[in-house]
Design a protein around this ligand. Sequence first.
Ligand code: ASP
Ligand code: MG
Length: 428
Amino acid sequence: MIVYKFGGASVKTSKAVIRVSEIIKKSSDDIILVVSAMGKMTNAFEELVSAYYFRNKQIESRLKYIIDFHRSICDELFENFANGSVYHKISFITNKLKKCLTEKPTANYDYEYDKIVAFGELYSSTIVSEYLNSIGLTNTWIDIRLVIKTDDNFREARVNFKISEKLALNNFIENSETHNKAHKIFVTQGFIASTISNNSSTLGREGSDYTAALLGSFLNASKVIVWKDVPGIMSADPKWFKNAEVIHYLSYKEAIELAFYGAKVIHPKTIKPLQNKNLVMEVKSFDSTENSGTLISSETELYEKPIFILKTGQILISIANRDFSFIVENSFSLIFKIFAKNKVKINTMQNSAISFTVCCNYDEIRINSLIQELRKGFKVLYNKDVYLITIRNYTKKILSSMLEGKNILLEQKSRNTAQVVYKEKEKK
Ligand code: ASP
Ligand code: MG
């Protein structure tokens, strides 16, 4: 058994879905296909959630955008779409979604978010599964919410490994209808899951890698392959750095560190399930399947060249006591509590005698509520639209050339990792 994961970019058009089928066709292994929502659909669903929750008028147009997007892909993939079985399945999903949108939202935004955003993966997995069926790649579609069980920490739900493992074996191996087929193919969703009381939950944005790793480890797969629109895990984002290259081998430990610093290639939680079973993960190019990508495994040589991780859309927040007294332990404990409560993750931090500075992702709703709460006890200043760059294996020369002409707001260095928060200088 091999687990294949196709992210949003790998299923963003009808052409991409056809490409997925070509990759599946080439394999004779049993395959579990984990798919994300198509293209940027999760973002579109996020906008729908906000229209729904805040009861604004755009709800209709946002829903229409989502329905039309999937419909046009189906029109391209299926002859006679309007008369086929796929039409009924898609309509069924759409009707369920519409029904959710007519219910009155509860006070819990994150709960509503998971309930609605999950539809992105239901659409995409249904379309992919039906398309494969239509070209003779018979497969079993599985609702992963019956398998991956989580707590109710919505939008960042924690997986119950024990229960989920048992359910995975049940659903994919023991009770599988395709039991005696030579080449078994399952199609399921990444990112989404459900609570013990069967409410939809999600594992955090970009969480499908994590789902793939979980299934691989629960089902003792021989490996997990993550198909991407990049040639593998790169030493930098090629959009920003022209000398970016593929890192061919990574250890679990290095992969965890890169993910921690924000390398977008794999979800930070992905490595643990791999490590539990010593499972290998490959990150490969969807377009040139023969090229070797990145192999993540228990032991490999260290990559010694510089690795650049740039995070955009950051906010730098400085917190101080109102009376200029020292920021000491009890202030810290209160500050961290407020961050945790508002689910704001800290990307880097620094403290001085009288202030504590943190850099985090700018998520408008969470950050506004965080700042409001912090201001009840502290003086808070912030700087929006800043960048955080992390450079592993940095040298002085690289650092100074990278930061030339930038307005540096915070700098932090250990022996091999430098982190800098900066703002582009305004042009006069
Ligand atoms: N569709 C989800 C997202 O865009 C999960 C994923 O792509 O991994 O965040
Ligand atoms: Mg995605």
